[in-house]
Design a protein around this ligand. Structure first.
Ligand code: ATP
Length: 362
């Protein structure tokens, strides 16, 4: 299953002109406010009729100006999750879920009621009314309702934006489960780099109605050219990792393609696949293998590119094993150390710099 979008649309003085593909998994639409994310979701759902272009879902055109195809919204078989859940307040959780199931296409494949309830951990909530649910619980039910309509694709427009960080933390593992255990592609609008780093398999970056970069999440996040758009303090890369050992002193040892990482205890069993987000400003660079320092993680690598901004800082991209890291250091340090593309360096990462929220399942 995949989605191909190539559309142009004029909204007053705003021009939307985008072309991208959303494969299986979660495709994040990322960009500042007013860059066109919701307009894209509306075009895919059928609420906005683009001036020109086509939208192909799983090989079938659901919109095509050249072929004069415009399938009405209710026949596109898409599931929506909005920021505010939008559950029916007078129906119990069970009946909200069954309402979703009522609209399932009779031949559509997908997880059944019990499976969805288990996946989202909402069994204890089934007989409650939405008014008695927390924001995170409401969103889980909204996701369940969308899933039970057996959609061909899920559209999520900032589903976590209205939640505080504890509620976000509570719901992120369920979204990861959804990504791992269902075949349904998801278009996921987000302002949050942390959310994108944790959930997205692909990223489409938008600026002023145009796609500025699109591709697999690891590639887009570790591209120094995207760092400014993500925000320099949020720039960082994600590394696929495997949990090796839980040590008695509270550290978890993981293997990455360039070596190993020690991080504060991760609640995932030995052998499980994870992804670890490492922020660019949490990496120090050393030419030689550093000795007598407290940082536990030292990954060898080669500088593959350097991007210099107008300020005192610069971003290095370092290839370590098969992965790419981003490191943000000062120009002064880079000059003092004669850092150039091709230079062999060591990336030094403090174990405690990696927050629990930045370790995800893969
Ligand atoms: N009906 C409309 N008429 C005119 N302009 C519109 C209309 N709808 C949206 N726009 C403009 O189109 C641009 C893109 O809006 P859109 O809602 O798609 O952005 P967004 O990236 O989702 O923003 P946000 O993150 O704030 O929700 C904005 O400049 C907005 O003001």
């Amino acid at each position: 299953m995949s989605l191909c979008v190539a559309i142009q649309h004029q909204l007053a003085d705003f021009t939307l002109d985008v072309s991208f593909e959303a494969p299986r998994g979660i495709t994040a639409l990322f960009g500042a406010s007013g860059t066109g994310k919701t307009s894209i979701i509306n075009a895919v759902s059928g609420l906005l009729r683009p001036d020109q272009g086509r939208i192909i879902l799983d090989g079938e055109p659901i919109f095509d100006t050249a072929m004069k195809i415009d399938i009405p919204p209710h026949k596109r078989r898409l599931g929506y999750v909005f920021q505010d859940g939008r559950l029916f307040p007078h129906l119990s959780v069970r009946r909200n879920l069954l309402y979703g199931a009522r609209y399932a296409h009779p031949e559509a494949q997908g997880p059944g009621f019990d499976e969805v309830v288990a996946l989202l951990g909402i069994a204890p909530l089934l007989d409650r009314n939405p008014g008695l649910l927390s924001g995170g619980e409401k969103q889980r039910v909204a996701i369940g309702r969308a899933l039970l309509s057996r959609p061909r694709m899920l559209l999520m427009d900032e589903p976590l934006a209205a939640l505080d960080s504890a509620r976000k933390e509570e719901i992120l593992p369920f979204l990861e489960q959804l990504r791992e255990h269902t075949d349904i592609p998801t278009l996921y609008v987000s302002h949050s780099v942390a959310e994108v780093a944790r959930l997205a398999t692909s990223v489409v970056m938008l600026d002023n109605g145009k796609v500025t970069r699109a591709g697999p999440a690891e590639q887009v996040l570790s591209d120094p050219a995207t760092a400014r758009q993500f925000g320099l303090r949020e720039a960082g890369s994600i590394l696929p990792a495997t949990v090796q050992t839980h040590h008695p002193d509270g550290l978890t040892e993981l293997s990455v393609s360039g070596g190993r990482l020690f991080l504060p205890k991760i609640d995932q069993p030995k052998g499980s696949s994870t992804r670890v987000r490492i922020l660019a400003h949490d990496i120090m660079i050393s030419r030689n293998y550093p000795k007598d320092i407290s940082a536990l993680n030292i990954l060898p690598g080669e500088i593959t590119s350097i991007r210099q901004g107008t300020g005192p800082g610069m971003i290095l991209q370092i290839k370590s094993g098969d992965d790419f890291l981003l490191a943000r250091i000062t120009r002064r340090s880079a000059e003092a150390m004669s850092l150039k593309p091709g230079a062999h360096v060591h990336a030094v990462i403090k174990a405690v710099a990696v927050a629990r929220v930045d370790v995800a399942t893969r």
